[in-house]
Structure formats: C-alpha cells, structure tokens
Write a protein that binds this ligand. Structure first.
Ligand SMILES: Nc1ncnc2c1ncn2[C@@H]1O[C@H](COP(=O)(O)OP(=O)(O)OP(=O)(O)O)[C@@H](O)[C@H]1O
Length: 577
C-alpha cells in the first residue's frame, strides 16, 4: 500500500495560505495591484473621522474657512471612496477568480492523472466534494467576502496608526480595555472553531459519499437489497452531520461575545476622553475622532467576527483542496520516463507482492513470464487475486515489492503513452460515458477519427453487431441510455484496445454467462485482435480456457486448471501447467 498518499478528512490547516502561495505564481502582479487599490479605498474610510474631528475643532474655534475645507474634504473622500471601492472589488474578484480557476484546473488534472489505487481508495463523493463544492465555495468567498476581509484588516491597521498619532493616552486605554478582551474571545473561538468546521466538512463529505453510493446502487435497491442497511447508515451519517453543525454553531456563539466588549470600551473611552478634554490634554475634536473611529472599529470587528466563520470555512476547504493537490501531485511513477521498448517483448512479473490494506497481502510473491505472442489463461477461485495481478501486469497498480517488466524494463520507467502502447487491460466492466457508441469507442489516447474507429470495428468483425443496434454507431449509450450487456461492453473494450494496437492484451473476462451470439462475437474479435500479440485472459468460461494453449492457476497453492496434465508450481501462490 505504498503506492499513493491518502487524503485526510481534516487535513492540517496551519500555514494553509503559505502552502497555497506557490499556486499564485503568474498572478502575483495582479494581486499586488488589487491589494494596493484596496488599501487606498480603505484609507478613504479611515480618514473620515479625522476630517470630522478637525471640522469640530474648527467649529469650536469659529474658523469658518477651516470648517468649509473640512466639509469639502468629506465630499471629496466620499467620491474617491466610491470609485476606489468599486475598482478594488473588481480587481480583487477578477484576480481571485483567476487563482481559483487555476486551482480547479490543477485539481482536475491531478485527479485525471492520479493512480488507479488512489481513486479506488477514496469515496467518489469525497473526491467530488473537494473538486466541485469546495472549489465553488472558494470562488463564492472570493466574490463575496474577500474584499470585505481585506477592507476590515486594512481598516484595523490604518485606524490604529491614526489614533496613536492623535492621542497615545486614549489609544493606550483602547489597547488595555478592548484588545485583551477581544483577543480572549478570538482565542476561545480559534480553539473551538477549526476542529468544529473541519468535523462539519468531514461529516458533509461522508453524507455526499453515502448519497453517491446510493445513486450508484439503484439496481440493488430496486430489488430491496440492503434497504435497512442504507437507512441505518443514513440516519447515523445525518446524526453525525447534525452534531457537527451544532458544534460549529457553538463556536460561532463565542465570537458574538465581542459585542459586550465593545459596549464597555465605548463607556471607558467617553469617561477618559471627557477628562482629558476638560484638562485640555486633547481637543474635543480628538475625542470626537476617537468616538467615531472606534465605532467604525467596532463595526469592522463585528464584520470581522461574522467573516471569521466564513474565513475559517474557506481555509478548511482550501486545506482539503491543497491536500488533494499534494496527494495527486505525487504519482510515484517517474514522470515521462524516456525508456523505449521493443514492439514485441516479454512481459514478466517477478516476485510481486501487493496489498490493498496495510498488512493484508493479496499477492505474496507472484512470478509469471509471458513471452511475445504467447496466449495464456489465468484461472483461479474468486478472490484469488487474478484481477489484481492483471492490473499490475498492465501497470495500473505499482507492486509493493517485486517488479513487472516489459522487454526487461520496469513498467514504472515507461512513459504513460509508451506503456499504453505496450500493455492494455480490457477490464471486467468497461467504463462508458454518456454519449454515442462512436464517442465511447474513441475514448483512447490519440483521439482516433471516425474512419479509424469504423475500420477497427470492421477489422474485429463487429460491423454486424453495430448495425444491429438501433442507431448503429450513433446509438446513445452510457447512463440510463441503451444499456449494453456485460459482453457487449467488453466488445467496446476490445475495439478501444484495437485502436491502441498494444503488444500485450490483458482481458479480464466479464462473466461466465454470455449469450451465444455475444460469446461468438467476443471470440471472433479476440482471435482477430490477438494475431501476433501476447494475450493474457482471466478466463471464467470453460470454452475460453479450452482455446488457450497455456493456463496458469492463481490461488493459495492448491488446485489445478486441467487435472489430466502435470502441474508445475511456480512461486508462492501461483501455479501453471
Ligand atoms: N479495490 C479494492 N480494495 C480493497 N480490496 C480489494 C480491492 N479489489 C480487490 N480487493 C480484494 O483483493 C482480493 C483479490 O481480489 P481480485 O478481484 O483480484 O480477485 P479475483 O481473483 O479477480 O476475483 P474474481 O474472480 O471474483 O474477480 C479479494 O480479497 C478482494 O476482496
């Protein structure tokens, strides 16, 4: 199980912005401009109480010119504010959207290249949530709250500098009364908040995974299978999600204590400000400035407290997305290995060990050598590890120990395209997408054109089968459309394989029960396809086994494919004749 890194349901949220920073490369110039405009917009707000305070002092001094100048300044600030805030919002949103789009592209690219084991080992619902809902949340945060977050942060910093420059006594009082109390509230929240949000996101992921599985299990449910199990599981998951949401609410309540702190601070400010003004230590205008500025400061703090929850939620989503990017960016296969191999070569598994779950080996030391052009059947009881071995032989899994080599080169060292030209697996259940049969047949690297697909269909003797479908190659297949039988799906897999023209074809036979027509078509297609290729068939059907000159049996070292013939034990749990 060393093949891939596992995703954590609640990954480490420390330094999440620093970890996201490398992904902003190419956007940093825009980010700097957006931040500068946002800071200028914030300064137009910070300056308002200072201008009002100056106006009050001019009024008390009966300086009409100064009063008019202050009034004019306020109008100018209001206009500037309008323009700058609009511009900063546009710039921040556009830049943020670009970064989010880049992250989305990376996530999709990472998932499309992720090792098969990585995809199998994680619930599809959780992967979907990370790459759709959580990225959508990030985008909506960028559009909705990011400008506010920057505005609030800028306001707090600039206002502090302004207040300190006008009266250190009143600023000191603010620091002594307001700051420790608000920090206490925030620290309490920080302790309770992140785990609560992470638990809620993880619980939501579980529910999404449950729904996804439910949708896929439509057939099973229709037959009434496991209904009670689903019900119990949904109740349990819903209950967990509800509890997690309650915990988040409790976390958010802590932050609302900040309003009490604000009331006490205003009272203290008025008392001390009044004393200082009557002793002429500060002007009345400075007291007015403090009262107005701290009111805005509180508004900003309240806004910050409302935003903290969303920021935390966004950081949680971002941490989960970065976790996905880190995990899918660590494909252990050396990328773009330059090794070249012969058109036709020997495929060899040597002392291969593999475990899906740590400590529970499925294959323990399997060795198998198949020379160029050989036709080999792989048989054995259900669960013996035949499909697992087939995936290892096709390079879809990487052995925990041992090697799989083609033409003497470890499959890990092959470029993915080179690998696909050498070994192709037609799985038991061929995957289809919504679209026409033609679209589905062409789902192979290299984007074959319609002519190439039609030729492959014809070469495999499948034109009759295709013409028999209601729409021919244009028949809509995939979800809820004309369902193809298990055998027909394998015909699609064989056409895809023919388009790739691999040296080795590994076929994981669908089922022992095929209707005679489909069975005949499969056999004909396979005969035409294998020509001078190596063919390894996980054989479930007696007729297939009979047609293969060599049969290898995989189990725990017992039994044989053809009792009449001598057996030779190859290695640990693999036997052959
Ligand atoms: N994705 C997976 N995650 C965990 N365990 C798995 C996975 N796939 C297979 N296994 C387990 O590995 C063992 C071997 O499975 P495998 O499908 O390779 O056997 P098989 O011989 O092909 O069986 P069958 O003939 O029924 O297809 C089984 O115990 C199976 O439960």
């Amino acid at each position: 199980m060393t093949e891939h890194q596992r995703l954590s349901p609640s990954p480490d949220q420390r330094r999440v912005l620093r970890r996201a920073w490398p992904h902003t490369r190419g956007h940093r110039g825009r980010i700097a401009v957006a931040l500068a405009v946002s800071a200028a917009a914030t300064l137009t707000t910070v300056a308002v109480p200072a201008v009002v305070g100056a106006g009050v002092d001019r009024l008390l001094e009966r300086d009409e010119g100064g009063l008019l100048a202050a009034a004019g300044g306020l109008v100018a600030l209001a206009l500037l504010r309008l323009v700058l805030f609009r511009q900063s919002e546009i710039l921040l949103t556009a830049t943020g959207e670009r970064v989010v789009r880049h992250l989305r592209d990376l996530a999709v690219r990472g998932l499309s290249r992720a090792p098969l084991r990585f995809l199998e080992a994680h619930p599809a619902g959780d992967l979907l949530r990370r790459t759709t809902t959580e990225i959508a949340d990030l985008a909506s945060f960028v559009r909705g709250q990011l400008p506010d977050v920057l505005n609030v942060a800028g306001y707090l910093v600039f206002t502090f500098v302004l207040l300190l420059s006008r009266s250190w006594q009143l600023t000191l009082m603010l620091l002594v009364v307001y700051v420790p109390a608000i920090l206490w509230v925030v620290s309490r929240f920080k302790k309770a908040g992140p785990p609560a949000f992470a638990a809620e996101a993880a619980a939501a992921g579980q529910v999404a995974a449950g729904y996804h599985e439910l949708v896929r299990a439509g057939e099973l449910l229709r037959t009434g299978g496991g209904t009670e199990f689903w019900r119990r599981r949904f109740l349990r998951q819903s209950e967990e999600r509800y509890r997690a949401a309650r915990r988040t609410q409790r976390g958010l309540f802590i932050i609302s204590l900040s309003r009490v702190v604000q009331g006490i601070t205003t009272a203290a400010l008025l008392g001390l400000g009044g004393l200082l003004a009557s002793g002429r230590v500060v002007s009345v205008g400075v007291v007015v400035l403090f009262i107005l500025a701290t009111r805005q400061l509180f508004d900003s703090a309240t806004q910050a407290s409302n935003l903290v929850g969303q920021v935390q939620q966004t950081l949680t989503g971002l941490a989960r997305l970065l976790d996905l990017l880190a995990a899918t960016g660590t494909d252990p296969r050396p990328s773009g290995g330059a090794a070249r191999t012969a058109e036709r070569g020997t495929l060899e598994a040597h002392d291969v060990h593999y475990a899906y779950v740590d400590g529970v080996e499925v294959l323990h030391g399997v060795s198998l050598r198949v020379t160029a052009g050989e036709r080999v059947g792989l048989v054995g009881p259900t669960g013996a590890g035949k499909t697992t071995l087939a995936k290892l032989l096709a390079g879809l899994y990487i052995p925990d120990r041992g090697h799989v080599r083609y033409d003497g080169i470890d499959l890990r060292e092959l470029d993915p395209l080179e690998l696909r030209r050498r070994v192709v697996l037609v799985p038991q259940r061929v995957h289809m997408i919504t679209g026409t049969l033609l679209d589905n047949l062409g789902l192979v690297p290299g984007d074959p054109d319609d002519r190439a697909i039609r030729r492959a269909v014809d070469d495999l003797g499948l034109t009759g089968w295709v013409d028999g479908l209601t729409g021919g190659l244009g028949t809509e297949v995939g979800r809820d459309r004309a369902r193809l039988s298990a055998g027909e799906l394998q015909l699609v897999g064989l056409v895809r394989a023919a388009l790739l023209d691999p040296a080795v074809l590994v076929l994981d036979e669908a089922t022992a029960d095929l209707d005679p027509d489909t069975a005949h078509r499969l056999e004909t297609a396979l005969d035409r396809l294998h020509a001078d290729r190596t063919l390894i068939v996980i054989a479930h059907r007696e007729s297939t086994i009979r047609r293969l000159p060599r049969v290898v049996r995989l189990d725990d070292g017992v039994s044989t494919a053809r009792p009449a013939e001598p057996q030779r034990r190859l290695r640990n749990n693999i036997q052959a004749r």
